[in-house]
Each structure stands twice: as structure tokens, then as C-alpha cells.
Design a binder for this molecule. Sequence first.
Ligand code: AMP
Length: 579
Amino acid sequence: MVICLFFILRMTFEETGLRPEIVSAVTDLGFENPTPVQEKSIPFLLNSDQDLIAFAQTGTGKTAAFGLPILNEVDTAFNVTQAFVLCPTRELCLQISKDFESFAKNRKGLKIASVYGGENIERQIKALRKGAHVVVGTPGRVKDLINRGVMHIDEIEWLVLDEADEMLSMGFKEDLDMILSGTPQEKRSLLFSATMPKELVRIANTYMHNPYEINLGTKNKSSENVEHHYYCVRNKDRYNALKRVLDVSEDAYAIVFCRTRYETKDVADLLIQDGYMADAIHGDLSQAQREQVLKRFRNKAIQFLVATDVAARGLDIDSLTHVINFNLPDQTETYIHRSGRTGRANKFGISIAIITDREVRRIKEIEKIIGKPMILKEVPDAKMIGHKKLEYFIDKVCNATVDEKSLAEYLPSVSEKLEQFSKEELVEKIVSLELANILDYYKGSKDINVSANDRGGRGERRNGRSTNENFSRLFINLGKEQGLNAQRLMGLVNENLHGKSVEIGRIDIMKSFSFFEIDKNFDKQLIDQMDGEYFEGKRIGLEVSKEKRSGGGGGRRRNGGGGRDRRGGGDRRGGGRRR
Ligand code: AMP
């Protein structure tokens, strides 16, 4: 009898060549086999002298991929800093040093120090003076400590640049050059990065020698587990679109990325006001406030974390179901970082972008880089949202656990009251109750999708009226109270149309709002650029005026008065997700 056994052979940590003290430490952590990046990098780092560039994102096990071989090789009898890991944020620095402490727990006498901004420098100086075989640090603080003469990296044997692309995008280019130029020629340089922007290629060419590349298909590429969707709407419908998307994603656990701290605050405030479990992290928060928000997000007391890219750095959560680009980032690489926060640890994730028709070309750019298509989705309408909410509700009913013993106390009186209804009537009543909120909430809501092919945009209707048919008349929610005058308005227009020579017609500056006329070939572009942005801290509302201009010059009024909810697009607020 022939028995064929097929095994999927996976390397073990013993087989990588690590010493038993290190293997036993990772076994204690529950790691059974090396991850793909560890399988490739650990034996390579233990058996060669070559530099290494590895394209790997957070969540792939990259910290152990460089940490285990380094901690394996450090000579504890030699009391100088032998390995130096540079990373972009305090959070990542703490995470790496914590991981290193666990990996090296059985290597007696091995000392690790972490140095990062936002913490008492004296404590860190003390730790360095005691001697540290391995130092993990962030660029600003490292530079400071080198300048003070307390940190010495001139004898290191290992240099790691972790999340190197992030360090560059955070503006640490000069600090990096200064720090790297103080390291010895003879050392091993390891560069870990999710993407490879041009500046990083320069750094690699300048400071690395013939590096070996480990590419797990992640170099500027999207993870296999992430699907990319986009929705095309008018700028002023962005929030409305976000809300509708969230309403059909009841179980989502997501980060909503915004471009500015104002936008972050604004979106989070609106979500909270609309009854979602949301909060924001941005640069205005103190470290304690930030940690408080992150703790609530980790505990899932917050379902949607609204964040700027900078504030979200170092945030390491493996179970995000969605990443939402409320606005696309300026750099395509940043989109890859954002979307790489979902679809981790073998889970499936969705990366969503809400765009205007002007940004369709950005989608093409991103598709080229992530190497897969982005799927155009229709912003759900009231019917779809109703069906989806009902589906969730019915699933919840079906899956509810019934504790007969505890219910015995209550059921008889409830049953008595409901006796008068048939089963069908009860179902109708329960469904009506659940749907009433949703139907009421979305009553009168419009289709806010805009064609992603037709640049004219099916949602953009030209109903502005002007004295001159070549002009479009626009309404802006800024006036004298906000410090707007004709000159500043023209400045704003020029700034947003990037120096294009655009004719501006009549300008009427009122107390809290204004009207102005602009070449109608540019009205849509200006609205896309300015609507939703900020002027002196106030969110700009810019739209084609609905007002009929009165013949007598001077007095103009805006049709419909001032009560219209600009963001609503017909969706009323206040009836969102109540918890
Ligand atoms: P990293 O990419 O270094 O941020 O690691 C992501 C997560 O994977 C961390 O929680 C690690 O503890 C975990 N991890 C790293 N290597 C392994 C492994 N070989 N087996 C299981 N989990 C691992």
C-alpha cells in the first residue's frame, strides 16, 4: 500500500538558525512559525553580510524580521551601542522596544533603550549613560541626543530604518541625512518600508551597499486582502456620502482619513451629532487626550476614528474592516499606507475613497500603483439603506440568545398584551418600527452620485442666474463678519484657481454671506476647490446661487432663506445611528 502524504512544509524558528534563547522567547509569545518576511529575512541576516531592503507593511511581522537576528547577534560582553533602529513615531518606537524586550528576555544582560520626543529627556539620557546595546529612537530626539553628545552611533554594526517612507513623508529628510552621516561605513543597513518613493531611492543609493531586496509583493502594492472601492459625488455631498456608506456597513470598524485637522474635527463632530460612535485624533490633542481616544477605539467604544495621516501614524490595529478616504491624500503613497491598515492578519478589508469627478484621474494613478482596479460603487439610496438595515436587524433577531429562565418573569404579561395580534401582524409592526426611523430619516433624499466618466457631472446643475450670460452667480457663506471684502474674495478665487486668468463680475459682500459672479466656465472648478475648505476657521459653503437677481441692482436675496442644510443634500440630520 502506498500512502501519499502531502505536507505544506513551513520553516520553524529553530531552522532559521536563531539561538535557543531567542527561539524559546518567541515560542513563549505564541509564535509557531516565522511569517513570510521573517522566513526570508532571518536566515539571510544571520548568514550574510549584505545590506537589506525589505518591502513589508506593519502587520507582516517585520519587527521580528529584523529584531530577532539583531538580538541574536548582539554581543552583551561589549558595552557599546551595536544596533540602532530609527523609526518615525513615538508609538512605533515604544512598540518596537517592547517587542525587543520580549524577544531578548532570555539573553541575560542585553540592554535596550528607547528615545523619543514628548518624554523627559533626562530619563532617556540616564538610560543611555548606563549603556545600551540596542537603541530604538525617533529622528528628532535622536538628533538632539547626538548633538548633546550623549548618544553614540559611531560604533554601530546594525542600522535599521523602519517605516522609512513614513519618516520621509513626515519631513525628517534632513534629520535622516544628519544622523546617517554619523554612522560608520562598516555596518549593515536594513531598510524596511511599505513603499519606495524617489527620495528613499536616493537614501538607499547614498547610504547602502549593494542591498539585497526582499519583496513580498508589497512594494507600492496593495495587500491581496484589500478591495478598493470609490464613490463619486459633488464636493458638498462628501459627508452625506460618508454617512450613507456607514449606514450600510453596520459592523464596520474603521478609520476615516481627512486631509486637515479642521476637516477631521468637523467630520467627527457631525458623525457624533448624527449618533455614530465616532471621535477624532488630530494634532491639536494633547498626548493624554490622544491616548484616551485611542484606548476607546481599541476597546471598540468608538467605531469610527476620524484622523489625519500624521495623527494616525504608529496606530497599530489589526482588525479594521474599512479604511475610508473622506478626501484622497495628496501623495499616492499615502493612499497605500492608509489602505494597508485594513486587510491585515489574514482578514478581508475594504478601502473606500469618496471623490469628486475632478479626481477620477487620481483613481487611475492609484490603480497603476496598487496594481489592481478600484471599483466604482453607487452611493446607497434610501431603499438600499433600508434593506441593509433591516437585514442587520433581522440577523440580530435570529441570532439573539434566549435565556428562558430570566425571561420567565416578564414573558407572561408581554404575551398577554400581544395576544391580540397574529404572527404576521407582529412581524409587520416590528419591521415598521425598525424601518420608520430610516425611512423618515432619508425621506426626500436625492441621488447624490455623479458620473465618474462624464466630467460635466450629472449631479451638477447650472441654475445660477447672472446679469451676463457668460457669468455664473455664486453664493458663499462668508461676509463682512468673517473679514471678507472684495479684494480678499478675489484673492481667494485666484488662489483656488491657481493663477488662471478668470474674469470676476459683480461682487456683493453682505454681513454674513456674499454673492459674486465668475466666468461660468470656472464655476464648477471653483466650487470643487473651495466648498468645504476653511476661511479664518469657518468651513466654506460655496454653491451656484438659486437667487433670482432683482432688476434694481443692490438688494439681492438668496432663494430659500438661510435655513438650508448645505451638507444634507436632502438628507436630514439627527436621525442617524442611535446607540
Ligand atoms: P509587526 O508587523 O512587526 O508590527 O507585527 C504584527 C503582529 O504580528 C504583532 O502583533 C506580532 O506580535 C505578531 N507576529 C510577529 N511575528 C509573528 C509570528 N511569527 N507568528 C505570529 N505572530 C507574529
